[in-house]
Design a protein around this ligand. Structure first.
Ligand SMILES: Cc1ncc(C[n+]2csc(CCOP(=O)(O)OP(=O)(O)O)c2C)c(N)n1
Length: 283
């Protein structure tokens, strides 16, 4: 069985008090409790403070371009679907620069896990607005206030019939760990949006601000009811629900590709005849 030390990477270079520390230690705890060995995991990221997370863990890692986390993660999963592929991204990285990929990864439904460190700001580049920044927020380069409506990632994902949609809070690690475990073990594209205070550039959505508002979805809440899930995903303000909002059991991308059903692509011998044979079957 793996231990947390097996996953130990470099010392993080984040600001003291950053919510990313809790996310990092919770990912390690979740993987250890699931009995997943470091060599069975691929962590993929783009660019940002959150994008640095794979450097701080010892497992397979890929640090790609800003916004391109999901195409890399999807390709890796198709190449070796025996790996647990976990993509980590910031709200800017995933919903802004990578917004197009976010929509289409949900539609494709590869069996990968996505953790979004949602601090409602661009952290690495020092505090510009991201797609989840509240309307009217003032930043150093948006002194008149943000004019755009914030993107609601959960509502967007549910509207696209995403296979698993959840939200957690970096300040409640026990609950976050259970959500991470559920997301990793779910078969299908799993989104876990994580409320992650940025102590340096977001002075509004602080740990205290969240603690006063977050609550867990009720035990009797049914995550298979898509319409109810959509309604709950719109709740934001004085009360912010966390938990598993929605899930379904639909077929994954890998299951729909007949050539990799039995054996991952990386373990197959490449032969042009075999490829021609597969193509001929369809035409
Ligand atoms: C294509 C491209 N556009 C812009 C940048 C500059 N850039 C690097 S990180 C970043 C924002 C990161 O914010 P977010 O994804 O929310 O992550 P955080 O740092 O808050 O964790 C930007 C705009 C870049 N590296 N590449």
């Amino acid at each position: 069985m793996p231990t947390s030390e097996d996953y130990e990477g470099q010392v993080p270079a984040w600001c003291p008090g950053c919510g990313n520390f809790q996310i990092l230690s919770t990912i390690k705890q979740a993987l250890v409790e699931l009995g997943i060995e470091p060599w069975e995991v691929l962590l993929v990221s783009g660019i940002g403070q959150s994008g640095k997370l794979p450097h701080y863990m010892k497992c397979h890692t890929f640090n790609g371009l800003h916004g391109r986390t999901l195409p890399v993660a999807t390709a890796a999963k198709l190449a070796n679907h025996f790996l647990h592929v976990i993509a980590v991204a910031g709200d800017g990285d995933c919903y802004g620069e990578g917004g197009n990929h976010f929509l289409h990864a949900i539609r494709k439904n590869p069996n990968i896990t996505l953790f979004v460190h949602d601090n409602q700001i661009y952290g690495l580049t020092k505090g510009q607005a991201s797609p989840t920044t509240a309307r009217g927020t003032h930043t150093k380069i948006q002194p008149y206030g943000i004019s755009s409506e914030p993107l609601n990632p959960l509502a967007t994902a549910i509207s696209l019939d995403c296979s698993f949609v959840a939200r957690g809070f970096a300040g409640d690690q026990e609950h976050l760990k259970e959500l991470m475990k559920a997301a990793i073990t779910h078969k299908g594209f799993s989104l876990l949006d994580i409320l992650q205070p940025c102590v340096t550039f977001n002075k509004v959505n602080t740990f205290r601000w969240y603690r006063e508002r977050v609550y867990k979805l009720e035990d009797e809440y049914d995550p298979y009811n898509r319409i109810k899930a959509f309604e709950r995903s719109l709740e934001w303000g004085d009360k912010i629900p966390n938990g598993i909002f929605y899930k379904n059991d639909k077929e994954t991308l890998e299951e729909m590709v007949p050539t990799i059903r039995k054996e991952p692509l990386v373990r197959q011998k490449f032969s042009i005849e075999a490829v021609k044979h597969e193509i001929d079957k369809f035409y």
